[in-house]
Design a protein around this ligand. Structure first.
Ligand SMILES: [Zn+2]
Length: 159
């Protein structure tokens, strides 16, 4: 088995000799560095990568890392995973992504490509659920910025 250059553990797979967990940690480290230098940027994180970002006890004015972690976990649970056809190995994988960063203070965009969603999905109820979760996480702004045939994008921002 290959050995990760960063954690020195034997792992199933590596990319550029670094395991998935260490890659995600390096991405979070890069994010935290960028946070110091830019007040306007975004980095895309998958639901699989988010726990590494969310495990930090981050606070910024109204942004409380523990509350945001809970919000993201609930959004992950509420958002249908991929379904193609019976027996497809990609069934059950998440497809939504989070673009997180700063617009002055913390911002999170939830992006969904509708091609991966069930045809009869109720976006009105989903929107109400998202707004309730954002309220519980004390977001100062929560809204749907795109909802067309192809995409659904929600924005959450903390002052
Ligand atoms: Zn590693």
């Amino acid at each position: 088995m290959p050995v990760c250059n960063a954690c020195k553990m034997e792992v199933e797979t590596t990319t550029n000799n670094v395991c998935m967990d260490c890659q995600t940690q390096q991405k979070v480290d890069a994010f935290n560095n960028m946070w110091k230098w830019s007040i306007n940027f975004q980095v895309k994180f998958t639901p699989e990568e988010m726990p590494t970002y969310l495990k930090q006890e981050k606070h910024y004015n109204e942004y409380d890392g523990a509350k945001v972690r809970e919000m993201i976990q609930k959004i992950d649970a509420l958002t249908p995973t991929k379904y193609y056809n019976p027996g497809n190995p990609n069934n059950g994988k998440p497809h939504h992504v989070y673009n997180i960063g700063r617009e002055g203070s913390p911002v999170i965009y939830l992006e969904i490509r509708k091609i991966y969603m069930p045809n009869n999905f109720d976006y009105d109820t989903y929107t109400m659920d998202l707004k309730r979760l954002a309220y519980e996480a004390e977001a100062d702004e929560a809204g749907i910025i795109t909802n067309n045939d192809h995409e659904f994008i929600a924005r959450f921002w903390w002052d």
